[in-house]
Design a protein around this ligand. Sequence first.
Ligand SMILES: Nc1ncnc2c1ncn2[C@@H]1O[C@H](COP(=O)(O)OP(=O)(O)OP(=O)(O)O)[C@@H](O)[C@H]1O
Length: 255
Amino acid sequence: MSEATLLLKATGLNLKRRHKQVLTDINLELHAGQILTLIGPNGCGKSTLIRVLLGLESIDSGSVWHRKALTVGYMPQHLQLEPRLPLTVLGFLRLARGARDSAIHGWIQRLGIQLLTDQDIQDLSGGEWQRVLLARALLLKPDLLVLDEPVQGVDVQGQHELYRLIPTLRDELGCGVLMVSHDLHLVMAATDEVICMNGHICCSGHPDHVSGSEAYQQLFGQRTAPIAHYTHHHDHQHCLDGHIDHDQTAETSQP
Ligand SMILES: Nc1ncnc2c1ncn2[C@@H]1O[C@H](COP(=O)(O)OP(=O)(O)OP(=O)(O)O)[C@@H](O)[C@H]1O
């Protein structure tokens, strides 16, 4: 990918918290139009890496480069709000920098949260809150959309909808997407590149490549078996004269 589309680049990131080495020699690049997903077991450093990339946490060594004037829409894993704060969903969305009511109502419709507009944010369910946070991130018209476990608390139907929506948003906004997810089945189909981490980067690349790698199998073991992403194993050959030769045997069938 070209330098012109580069949004963010991390080089040699290292970070220790108390006595634990949380990040070790992390290198990555994210380009406009790319969906990059971080996966890995609990505590492997995914959220910490996101916060470091966004400049919310300091590092011991390494560097993070951002494109100039990069606008980031961040959907955090946790957002602590003052519990006594009386604020409706609409009021909360109006706090987004530069957000106009027309845009707010557009995203409210798009994300199917019309019935929540006047509801107090303290009364939202986990899945409802996730949608509201996504709306807030999108209101910023981000060059980079950062989603830290976007489907936590979202029902199965909602998870499918959200993972279908992410590539559409990427296409419409032309943004890059950096995502953390535990939903291996769904995320593998909705991402261009996966980084599988456990403090350091164990493996990375296209989902097909990563899910077949030894490091991935060691981290996720049996759970990797039914990954539901599309893989086409070509079981025939197209000859120059247009003839199809079926003598080639298929390795495996697609899921
Ligand atoms: N301020 C801190 N002090 C000590 N340890 C910390 C601190 N912040 C993070 N850690 C540790 O760093 C590790 C990485 O945490 P992080 O939240 O990045 O993991 P994660 O991969 O996002 O996990 P999960 O999948 O459970 O959300 C964890 O072991 C955590 O306990």
